[in-house]
Design a protein around this ligand. Structure first.
Ligand SMILES: [Zn+2]
Length: 357
C-alpha cells in the first residue's frame, strides 16, 4: 500500500475558508460550505457562463450555509445573475438548500436526474409517514437493533431530515450520456448508481475535468448503504460496476469531488475504492462464521463508527456488503421464527473470493 498515497496528487494542499473561493480553472470556482456532521463540509462549484453563473450543489439547510450563500451572492456571484442550479444527487448535503437557492436566485431552472429528484421528494414526506416509520422500526428490529438503538437512530434520522429544505417542484431532467453546456464548456453527464440511485457526474473531455460529486472521493469512501425502503437492494454492485466507466476517462483528469480536495489520480483512486470494498467483503464474510444479525456484524466491521454514534449508517453499509455477498452466493440470508434476519457464510465457501478478482 506504500504507493497508494503517492498515486494521488492534490491540486491545492488547502481548501477555501469561509467565504473564500479558489479558482480551479478559468471560469470554475470552488466554494466550501459547512456541514453539521462529522463530515464537516461539502464542496460546491460555481461555473461562469457568458451571461451569468451555473451553480452545482447547495449544501444542507443550515443558518451557516444560508449565510455563506448570501456572502457568495454579494461577492463572487455579484457580477452577473445566477442562470441555473444543478444537483449531482439528492442527498441532504447536496440539495438541502435547492428550493431556497432557486427562489433566492429569482426562480431559476433546476436540473437533476429523475431518480434523485424523486428520491429527495420521497424523503421529505417519508419522515412524516407513519407506515414508513413503522416499516423502518420493523426493519431495524429484524436486523438486531435494540430499543436504545431504535431511539438514537430515529433521532439521528430526524436531525438529518431537518437539514433537507424544500426541493424545487419542477426540474429539468439530466440523462446519462447527454451533453450539457455549463460555463463555456461542454460536459458529458455520467449517471451512476451505488452511492445514490442516479448520481450525476459531469465530464469535460476538452479540459479533462471531472465534477465527480460523491461518486469518487479523494480520501473517504462514498457511503454505500441499504435502507428500509429497499431492503434487498444491491447498491454495492451498482457502485463497483460504475468504477470502470471512470477508469475509461483519461488518467490525468482533474477530479473535483464533493468532499475533500480536488486531485489527480482518478485511475488509482478508482482502484483503491474497489480494493477497499473487496477487503470489507472479505472481512464481513469472515465474521459470518455463524449466522449473525447485521447489527452484530456492523459492531465488528465498523466498531469505531458504531461507538461514535454512527450506528445507523454503519448498519446501512454493513447491509450493502451483506446483500452483495448474498447476491454472489457467498452468504445466505435467513429469517428466524421470531422474525430476525441473520447472515451466515454460504456452505462450501470460505469467504475468500474477492482477492483473486
Ligand atoms: Zn455528499
Amino acid at each position: 500500500m506504500t504507493s497508494a498515497a503517492a498515486d494521488i496528487r492534490y491540486l491545492h494542499e488547502s481548501h477555501p475558508q469561509g467565504t473564500e473561493t479558489y479558482q480551479i480553472a478559468p471560469g470554475i470556482l470552488w466554494a466550501r460550505l459547512p456541514l453539521p456532521f462529522r463530515l464537516n463540509h461539502v464542496n460546491v462549484w460555481l461555473l461562469r457562463d457568458p451571461d451569468g453563473w451555473s451553480i452545482i450543489d447547495t449544501g444542507a439547510d443550515t443558518k451557516d450555509a444560508r449565510a455563506l450563500w448570501e456572502a457568495l451572492f454579494a461577492g463572487p456571484l455579484a457580477d452577473a445573475p445566477v442562470n441555473r442550479l444543478i444537483a449531482t444527487h439528492g442527498h441532504t448535503d447536496h440539495v438541502g438548500l435547492s428550493g431556497w437557492l432557486v427562489e433566492r436566485a429569482g426562480g431559476v431552472p433546476f436540473s437533476s436526474t429523475l431518480g434523485e429528484w424523486m428520491s429527495a421528494q420521497v424523503r421529505l414526506w417519508d419522515s412524516q409517514s407513519k407506515p414508513a416509520i413503522d416499516t423502518a422500526v420493523r426493519y431495524l428490529t429484524a436486523h438486531g437493533c435494540d430499543a436504545d438503538a431504535l431511539a438514537s437512530y430515529a433521532a439521528d434520522r430526524e436531525r438529518t431530515q431537518a437539514l433537507l429544505g424544500p426541493i424545487p417542484p419542477s426540474f429539468t431532467r439530466l440523462r446519462d450520456g447527454e451533453t450539457i453546456r455549463l460555463g463555456e464548456r461542454d460536459w458529458e453527464v455520467i449517471v451512476a448508481g451505488g452511492h445514490a440511485i442516479e448520481h450525476a457526474s459531469f465530464w469535460c473531455a476538452e479540459d479533462r475535468i471531472l465534477i465527480a460529486g460523491d461518486q469518487i472521493l479523494s480520501r473517504i469512501s462514498p457511503m454505500i448503504g441499504v435502507f428500509p425502503a429497499m431492503p434487498e437492494a444491491d447498491p454495492l454492485a451498482d457502485y463497483l460496476d460504475s468504477l470502470p466507466r471512470f477508469k475509461a476517462l483519461p488518467a490525468d483528469a482533474l477530479v473535483l469531488p464533493s468532499h475533500g480536495l480536488p486531485f489527480y489520480g482518478l485511475h488509482a483512486r478508482a482502484d483503491q475504492l474497489a480494493h477497499h470494498h473487496e477487503l470489507r467483503l472479505d472481512d464481513l464474510a469472515r465474521l459470518m462464521d455463524k449466522p449473525r444479525s447485521a447489527m452484530e456484524l456492523a459492531r465488528s466491521l465498523f466498531a469505531r463508527a458504531v461507538a461514535e454514534g454512527q450506528g445507523r449508517l454503519a448498519l446501512a453499509e454493513t447491509l450493502a456488503h451483506a446483500n452483495y455477498l448474498v447476491g454472489r452466493g457467498r452468504a445466505v440470508r435467513t429469517k428466524t421464527a421470531d422474525g430476525r434476519i441473520l447472515f451466515g457464510r454460504a456452505v462450501g465457501t470460505d469467504g475468500e473470493l474477492m482477492a483473486a478478482h
